[in-house]
Design a protein around this ligand. Structure first.
Ligand code: NAD
Length: 227
């Protein structure tokens, strides 16, 4: 069966009300990335980092999957589909996708600050300072920060090497190592890119560029793949 691998970034969740990362101002929800999404930030000001992700988590919980997430879930009726996402929201899962690999973690979980393999569900929307993992260390968000290893990369590479169709949605392809996954896709796979700025992305292989927002562009590609 044809294996459709979908590689998503913040742009797929933009129309659900979750801001992308590289806005016009270069900030993420008003913050410099260095101040909220790095191990150094956590070391220097854990309260600020925790509060930042507590706010992001509230927005995620209030957001709903959009037509793009829903179309990808429906594609499972016809194809083998694996979603490899850079997003830390759970909108793919809530749309009904059953095979989702989160490269950068999941904001709805917490993680030990000394052993990233220890993760926990979060009751409510906040992690509080003073909440500890079973080893006694402060709990932090289960997200991969800049400069941290990406443990799911190896599996993601294996998945991308099996793709017969590769659909890229809403990513600026600037964050490595994730952005390098496109290089793992077999040369005979069909590659589609849905992004309003699709024409500006530098890609060294033939691709079909669909310069549309995710909520119209993704259902359009999914219709073609289901036909
Ligand atoms: P990015 O912000 O660097 O790029 C977003 C891309 O989405 C851009 O190419 C932009 O043109 C496109 N875009 C904007 N609106 C769109 C729409 N309506 N439909 C389709 N595309 C649209 O995002 P990235 O490449 O994913 O990298 C950012 C990093 O930040 C990721 O590692 C991710 O973990 C994190 N992040 C996650 C979320 C989330 O989970 N929702 C939100 C912000 C940032």
């Amino acid at each position: 069966m044809e294996h459709v691998v979908v590689f998503t970034g913040a742009g797929i969740s933009a129309e659900s009300g979750l801001k992308t990362f590289r806005g016009e101002d270069g900030l993420w929800e008003g913050y410099r990335v260095e101040d909220v999404a790095t191990p150094q930030a956590w070391k220097q000001n854990p309260e600020l980092v925790q509060a930042f992700y507590n706010m992001r988590r509230k927005s995620v919980l209030a957001a709903k999957p959009n037509a793009a997430h829903l179309a990808l879930a429906a594609l499972e009726n016809k194809k083998k589909v694996t979603i490899v996402t850079q997003n830390i929201d759970d909108l793919h899962e809530r749309a009904g996708s059953t095979n989702v690999l989160h490269l950068h973690g999941l904001i709805t979980k917490s993680q030990s600050s000394i052993d990233p393999r220890l993760t926990y569900p979060i009751v409510g929307s906040e992690i509080t300072m003073g909440e500890h993992c079973e080893l006694g260390s402060q709990l932090r968000p289960h997200v991969v920060w800049f400069g941290e290893p990406v443990p799911a990369m190896e599996l993601a590479i294996r998945v991308c090497r099996q793709a017969s169709v590769f659909l890229v949605v809403g990513t600026s392809l600037q964050v490595y190592p994730a952005a390098g996954l496109l290089n793992e896709v077999p040369m005979d796979a069909d590659v589609y890119i849905v992004d309003p700025h699709a024409s500006e992305l530098q890609i060294q292989r033939p691709v079909t560029r669909i310069a549309r927002k995710a909520t119209t562009g993704v259902p359009h590609v999914v219709d073609q793949l289901m036909a």
